[in-house]
Design a protein around this ligand. Structure first.
Ligand code: PLP
Length: 472
């Protein structure tokens, strides 16, 4: 068997110069510099686009290139079954939750999870039982879901869902969480969207630590095309066919062979010499952390000060002790071409991947240190983002709230009503308020505070003056 079945087939198809009498409409005319009508506008943007069906594979998928590539991914990360996704980890979260959950049955979910978990809940009608990660006493950031959070959930849930790494790079002890879920016979899903590289470190990622399902974005921490992700599972209580059913329900019938081939290529690269590349960059990130930690007042999140393991490829900077404003620094970084993963008043999150050159990461650390110095001000108390500590009053399931009649009212009159929509600071994409949750004075204040430092997304009135509430 070829080591990269999908990549090899993609290369053959991209170089074949076919003249298809089927989609894609651009007919792959612009590949390898080919010209054609509207090439000046369209050519560069679709140059590498080869569909999976009738492109990389034939119309009947006779060669099963995708299936073979998915099996190789599963083997590489220690899973029994994997599916490639072109709808990001958002699709992964939806399909994993739908595979495990059921209408009206409780399912335990980390409330600091990404907004896409709510879409999964809307689809299946499950009743969320929110669990919460531990918050750091000083930095007020999530530092992992504790096994006790799972133990405290009443019996009878369909499963547990936790996010690790968190957006700021903190890791839960998945091994310990899996011990609890296994003892209870309730499956564990880990949203490892930010940690695809963890699967290629010695010891592996969430699946090898005992999770039943794992979702990873190949486009975030590794080398996949934007939108690429995987959902993987271990054989157990739930058959593979259930996951397949949900993946097939939620995906396009015209997947991009190009996007999917980048997952195959990424897996092959990581299996070839990814471990050495990661080891090198982890050492470089450690050195970058040491350099940045010399900046007076700056906290650089690491295993010692977080009190939990931290993704060794992440640079999370906690700024109040420097007086510098993270939003201003974030804007300056963007202008310099070094856009940060996220920037709020207190915190900068910077993502390093295997694509970064070691010298550049160190150079960046020095640039970052100088930038903080040039924006230094009086140290201030922390003003953490509220998304990490939302404890909602759930009145309706997300599905009930999503499907009910709704009406628009002024935000200032909404206290006590039930929200019909999401208010989601992006990044990190964790809802401050979600469908089915009671609107409170605190939630309105938190939404307004978030709007001063970032985009509040997925609500229907961007001015935040009005809100859609569920009709009583
Ligand atoms: C924790 C987490 N899970 C899932 C997602 C969704 O990932 P994608 O953008 O690949 O759909 C994100 C996106 O930022 C995320 O932060």
């Amino acid at each position: 068997m070829s080591d990269t079945p999908l990549l090899d087939a993609w290369r053959r198809a991209a170089g074949a110069r076919r003249r298809p009498m089927q989609v894609p409409g651009h007919k792959m005319r612009y590949a390898s510099g080919g010209a054609g009508w509207a090439a000046d506008l369209v050519g560069d943007t679709v140059r590498d686009d080869v569909p999976l069906q009738g492109g990389v594979d034939d119309n009947a998928y006779s060669h099963r290139y995708l299936e073979r590539a998915e099996a190789l991914w599963a083997r590489a990360i220690g899973a029994d079954h994997s599916r490639f996704l072109v709808g990001g980890s958002s699709q992964g979260n939806i399909t994993a939750l739908a595979t495990v959950g059921d209408q009206d049955v409780p399912i335990a979910i980390d409330r600091t999870s990404h907004r896409s978990t709510q879409a999964g809940l809307v689809l299946i009608g499950a009743r969320p039982v929110w669990i919460y990660p531990r918050l750091h006493p000083e930095f007020h950031l999530p530092v992992g879901v504790e096994p006790s959070a799972l133990q405290q959930v009443a019996a009878g849930v369909n499963g547990f869902f936790a996010t690790s790494p968190s957006y700021v790079g903190t890791l839960s002890d998945v091994h310990a969480l899996a011990s609890v879920s296994q003892a209870r016979g309730e499956p564990l899903i880990i949203d490892q969207a930010w940690g695809a590289h963890l699967d290629f470190l010695p010891g592996g990622g969430a699946i090898r630590a005992g999770a039943d399902f794992v979702v990873t974005s190949v486009h975030k921490a590794l080398l996949g095309y934007s939108q690429t992700a995987t959902v993987s599972m271990r054989d157990g209580q739930i058959p593979r066919s259930t996951l397949d059913r949900w993946v097939d329900l939620t995906t396009t019938t015209s997947p991009s062979g190009t996007l999917m081939a980048t997952i195959d290529a990424t897996r092959a690269a990581m299996e070839r010499d990814g471990a050495a590349r990661l080891a090198l960059l982890i050492e470089v990130v450690a050195e970058a952390r040491r350099r940045l930690a010399r900046v007076p007042g700056l906290v650089v999140l690491d295993d010692a000060n977080a009190g939990c393991r931290v993704d060794p490829m992440k640079l999370t900077l906690i700024l109040p002790g420097t007086g510098a404003d993270g939003s201003v620094l974030g804007e300056a970084l963007w202008q310099m071409g070094h856009g940060p993963e996220s920037a709020d008043h207190d915190t900068l999150v910077l993502t390093v991947t295997v694509a970064d050159e070691p010298e550049w990461v160190l150079e960046f650390a020095d640039v970052m240190a100088a930038l903080i110095e040039s924006h230094r001000d009086e140290p201030r108390p922390p003003a953490p983002l509220d998304v990490w500590r939302v404890e909602p009053d759930v009145v309706l399931t997300p599905r009930e709230a999503f499907l009910r009649e709704r009406r628009r009212i002024p935000m200032r009159e909404a206290i006590g009503q039930v929200s019909a929509e999401q208010f989601c600071p992006y990044p990190p994409g964790v809802p401050l308020l979600a469908p089915g949750e009671r609107v409170t004075r605190e939630s309105i204040d938190a939404i307004r505070a978030a709007s001063r430092v970032c985009r509040v997304a997925y609500c229907s009135d961007p001015s935040l003056e009005t809100i859609l509430v569920v009709d009583a």
